[in-house]
Write a protein that binds this ligand. Structure first.
Ligand SMILES: Nc1ncnc2c1ncn2[C@@H]1O[C@H](COP(=O)(O)OP(=O)(O)OP(=O)(O)O)[C@@H](O)[C@H]1O
Ligand SMILES: [Mg+2]
Length: 228
């Protein structure tokens, strides 16, 4: 009989790690729409864990490796307003393959806690719920790109669209996705909330309207539970 692959198994084998507080690492993602504080909180969480002497790697999507950063430039340039939605979806997946292979899996194999600022839920939310590409197609591509690898824990920072976009305007941050209208971002936000409702054990919702320090404390509480 043919051996069936475990549903959530990663596309690459994890060798057992030497050292580290756990045998194999822990994979954490931060998700949410623009300006919710993902990068701020990812950085703060990583600094907290390093202080607690956990081996930690902080990374981001699209990005995390030289090739993926090149793809990021193509994806986020405001000059690329002609980009086809399907080309966009494939580029995100291409960047993710390199990120998993060159960065996420090697760091997890060393027993590290890997924190990524965005991962595959962003693709389901933006390209699926936002752009309207079929979730089945997105899932088929995800199977090729990640083998349906999922973080052990996902923190979803939820905030109303207007506040998020306003926060980014303050720091003059503009990219191609941010230029989309408010309706698009509302669909993406709803998409994230639907994903969280589907996988409540993995995806933990955190209200991002609170202060940076309060959100950090809440994230630490959630992460500590996973580390126990
Ligand atoms: N809880 C908060 N309250 C008020 N301002 C915040 C909060 N969190 C972050 N900010 C500020 O909002 C701006 C955007 O934050 P940040 O870059 O962390 O968001 P992001 O989710 O990574 O955004 P993007 O999706 O564009 O990458 C920054 O100027 C940051 O200091
Ligand atoms: Mg960010």
């Amino acid at each position: 009989m043919k051996k069936r692959k475990r549903k959530n198994s990663p596309p690459f084998n994890f060798p057992l790690a030497k050292g580290g507080k756990r045998g194999v690492g822990i994979f954490i993602s931060l998700e949410g729409i623009e300006g919710t504080g993902k990068s701020t909180q990812a950085r703060m969480l990583s600094e907290y864990l390093i202080k607690k002497r956990y081996e930690t790697a902080l990374t981001e999507e699209p990005g995390g490796t030289a090739i993926s950063r090149e793809i990021r430039k193509v994806l986020l340039s405001t000059k690329h307003d002609k980009m086809d939605y399907m080309a966009e979806l494939l580029l995100y997946n291409a960047a993710r393959i390199q990120h998993i292979k060159e960065k996420i899996v090697p760091e997890l194999a060393k027993g590290k806690i890997v924190i990524t600022d965005r991962f595959s839920d962003s693709t389901a939310a933006y390209q699926g719920y936002g752009r309207g590409i079929s979730l089945r197609l997105i899932d088929s591509l995800d199977r090729i790109a990640t083998g349906r690898m999922r973080p052990d824990l996902t923190i979803l920072l939820d905030l109303d669209v207007e506040t998020g976009l306003r926060r980014n305007k303050h720091i003059n941050k503009v990219d191609r996705l941010e230029l989309e209208d408010v309706r698009f971002h509302k669909k993406v936000r709803e998409g994230f909330l639907k994903l969280a409702a589907k996988e409540p054990k993995r995806i933990k919702l955190v209200k991002a309207s609170k202060s940076i320090a309060e959100i950090h404390r809440e994230i630490v509480r959630i992460v500590e539970k996973v580390l126990e």
